[in-house]
Design a protein around this ligand. Sequence first.
Ligand code: UDP
Length: 422
Amino acid sequence: MASKKPNHVMAFPYGTHAIPLFNVVRRFAIQAPSLTFSFFSTSKSNKSVFGTSSSNIPSNIKPYNVDDGESFTGHPKDEVFSFIKSMVEKYKNRVHSVYGGGDMMIKCLISDTFLYFVGDMADQMGVPWISFWAGGPCSLSAHFHTDLIRLSIPLGPNDIEGREEEPMDFIPGLSFVKIGDLPDGVLFGGWASELAVMLHKMGLALPLKCLPIGPFTLTSQNLSHTHDDPYGCLTWLDQQKQTSVAYISFGTMTTPPPDELAALAEGLEESGVPFIWSLKDHLVSQLPDGFLERTRNREFTAPWTPQKRILKHNAVGVFVTHCGWNSVMESIMAGVPMICRPCFGDQRINCRLVSDVWGIGTRIKDGVFTKEETMKCLDMIFSEEKLREKVGALRGFAKHAVGPKGSSTKNFNTLAEIVCEV
Ligand code: UDP
């Protein structure tokens, strides 16, 4: 009988990276209860994944904490960059400390795609490497083709010289993407930051076979801390008219600058649209004086919302979003059209898909909230029934993909043959 070797899983501990990876590993662990899965991430990240919903966690997944270094009080970006700088050693040391330097009896290594060095670790151990990308395929393609893009568009790393609207038509599948949509650090936005260097190395290390197994929002369990409603958002929504409310959230990492938040608030106020806003406490002071009092009878703000449940509520008619991949997928699965205000990373490509390719939303003109533009976009979404129909059609494709005969299910089964075979 073949020995039951453990699978090692290495998560990237920031943003919304660890939870989608955990959810896929959870599916493997349920399918193969006799195998073990060691889940490596920082203590903070492991706490958020494993901390609150132990009843949903198969006993064959064990968390292991990777050193998260010094404690940071400054900008979250500094913490991420500092972690990236020393992450290779941190993961390798932790894996060795758990399994011993000489013990290479591992079945396979599964890692967040950001952790490019795991490919070399897997080579040295002679085991398969499964690299997990939780975002969309177009941004992944942009990272994969970074060197080709830099060679084909010979510009400095900080300047795209008015060429933002030129199409990326020399890369198959990206002809709808414009130069200005590229993730930061691929062509512009600096090539030397820790993040840009990591993404470049990631693009070079990517394996060639790609198995789409999303959308994860349809295949994942809901971890209780993201699903709970401690502020009563859903009770408030229950009191609103069908398809009348704007839901606003810019995800876990970004917020538009203060002048734009103020302009968005002014647009919401003038439009008369009821709204529910995932707004961190420290940002409330950036809203115009008296704004929340004046809109009291039609607003609800909370520092955290159960977003998936909010989007599915029939009162919600539009999502004002930064276009994080999870947010876009959740909005599609709930049938809600979007107003896009992308901030960084893959969000500009995601926005291009939503507005120009799929036609299920609109973008804020010039990428900057003004009072007038906010009102115009709200008016457009609430009056265009066609957008809602198109989102519904996309949702249908996604549901089919994760159904018994769908492509996502088939791809997952192919992957499970590598990971779960006992
Ligand atoms: N989210 C939530 N409530 C909030 C803010 C965010 O549940 O108040 C969740 C949202 O449902 C999504 C994730 O956080 O699953 C944000 O992921 P996304 O990829 O959209 O953006 P990121 O935070 O990675 O920029």
